[in-house]
Design a binder for this molecule. Structure first.
Ligand code: HGY
Ligand code: MN
Ligand code: MN
Length: 425
């Protein structure tokens, strides 16, 4: 099939796309500020979003509840109660000044697919669960995947002490939200309850648009290492301290950041590096910065390549700090291995794509997803949906209704034709 008519291929469009887009808009309006979309873990916006999603889950014929860490959980029983489930889902927190599709598209599409089963009175030989994860982005507290780690039983209680930029600990934030930080273990599921975890998500990159395809089969989720650096020099008067006598923490950070970019730009193995946050103190125009905090996010197609790059970059930052007589504190705040999608699930995702009339195109995910945590209790499969210009983590993030509909039809077909691993052979 030529690429051009892949655009129009597929069964007759359904009304799923329209319903999904309407709900994306409604959920996208729940934000910390009206000017842009920011919905952070354990905030009033988190609560409002959870209430809305739980209502959609009930409308779709699911039993629904908020779990011990603030995930929204829906269950649509199979032919008889208590069967193991095919778990679908994604996250419903956002980055700052976010797009409204990253996370919610997978969650809302899954709910719409279950609603379609419910409308037809369709019961399957397994239950279908939909989980909306409360914190995948890790914006408020340095570590990420908090919701899916809690479900996978790998939540590390040591993070309860981490503090947000206002100095509020995760422990206190959970209590303020009405949850019990000593009870997070109640969110954990056991592997035997799940037949698989499948997530639909926007690609967040330009490949499907370049290939002129609405959907793609994900092969693996790239690992990532996040670090937090603190450089400490000496604050001083901007007018009186000679340049040669300065221990300027911000100038030192600037050299480190340029070096990180240079290492990644000249790397030929697909290494990407981002410094997304920097904060200089005391932060006055006429004072030499005495202390700077900045973050690093490093990723590569393989764990070996990424880890080698992290070691090299750390060594170079240490040398810069030493030469500039700056004290350096460097902490790894988050480390995720690369997670391959299970071949037996990839095959079923591909079959659903083909059955809907689209060419089967496989691609890796440079972005992280909750499957990186869920893989500890279930095999993981992912379906990507094209997003305009590959733009994401930006308010211009967008999915055409036809592509949202294509993704929904493929996911619905995947659910209805899903065969558990032992049955698939
Ligand atoms: O950072 C990521 O890759 C994901 O969007 N949390
Ligand atoms: Mn994201
Ligand atoms: Mn995401």
């Amino acid at each position: 099939m030529s690429k051009m008519n892949a655009e129009t291929a597929g069964r007759q469009a359904s009304s799923l796309g329209e319903e999904i887009v309407g709900r994306i808009d409604r959920l996208g309006a729940i934000s910390e500020t009206p000017a842009n979309l920011t919905r952070i873990f354990l905030t009033p916006e988190h609560r409002a979003a959870a209430d809305l999603i739980l209502a959609w889950m009930v409308e779709a014929g699911m039993g629904a509840h908020l779990d011990a860490i603030g995930n929204v959980c829906g269950r649509y029983e199979g032919e008889r109660p208590g069967l193991p489930c095919l778990m679908l889902g994604s996250h419903y927190d956002t980055v700052r000044d976010a797009g409204k599709w990253d996370g919610p598209l997978g969650l809302i599409t899954a709910i719409s697919c279950v609603a379609d089963l419910h409308k037809r009175g369709r019961r399957l030989p397994f239950a279908v669960e939909v989980t909306g994860f409360a914190d995948e982005e890790g914006v408020r507290f340095a570590s990420t995947l908090l919701g899916s780690r809690a479900v996978a039983g790998t939540f590390n209680e040591s993070v309860l002490g981490s503090k947000d930029s206002a100095g509020i600990s995760m422990r206190d934030a959970l209590i303020q939200f009405g949850l019990d930080p000593d009870h997070i273990g109640a969110a954990a599921r056991i592997g035997s309850e799940l037949l698989a975890y499948i997530e639909l998500h926007i690609e967040q990159g330009p490949v499907l648009e370049t290939e002129q395809l609405p959907v793609g089969v994900v092969t693996a989720i790239a690992g990532a290492t996040r670090l937090a650096a603190k450089l400490t020099g000496m604050a001083g008067h901007a007018g009186t301290v000679p340049m040669a006598l300065r221990r300027d923490a911000l100038a030192g950070a600037a050299e480190c950041i340029s070096r990180i970019e240079e290492v990644c730009r000249t790397d030929e193995g697909g290494l990407v590096g981002t410094v997304g946050y920097i904060h200089a103190e005391p932060g006055a125009t006429n004072v030499i910065p005495g202390q700077v905090h900045f973050t690093m996010d490093l990723r590569a197609p393989t764990d070996t390549h990424r880890k080698r790059a992290v070691t090299d970059i750390v060594r170079q930052i240490e040398a810069i700090a030493k030469r500039r007589k700056l004290a350096l504190q460097l902490d790894v705040t988050h480390e995720n291995r690369t997670v391959p999608c299970a071949p037996w699930l990839k095959a079923q995702v591909a079959a659903a794509v083909a059955a809907e009339g689209y060419p089967v195109f496989e691609l890796p995910s440079g972005a992280g997803h909750d499957g990186m945590a869920m893989v500890d209790i279930a095999d993981v499969g992912m379906l990507f949906v094209r997003c305009r210009g590959g733009i994401s983590h930006h308010p211009d993030e967008h999915v055409d209704v036809a592509d949202a509909d294509a993704g929904a039809r493929v996911l619905l077909r995947l659910i209805e034709s899903f065969r558990p691993r032992n049955a698939a052979q």
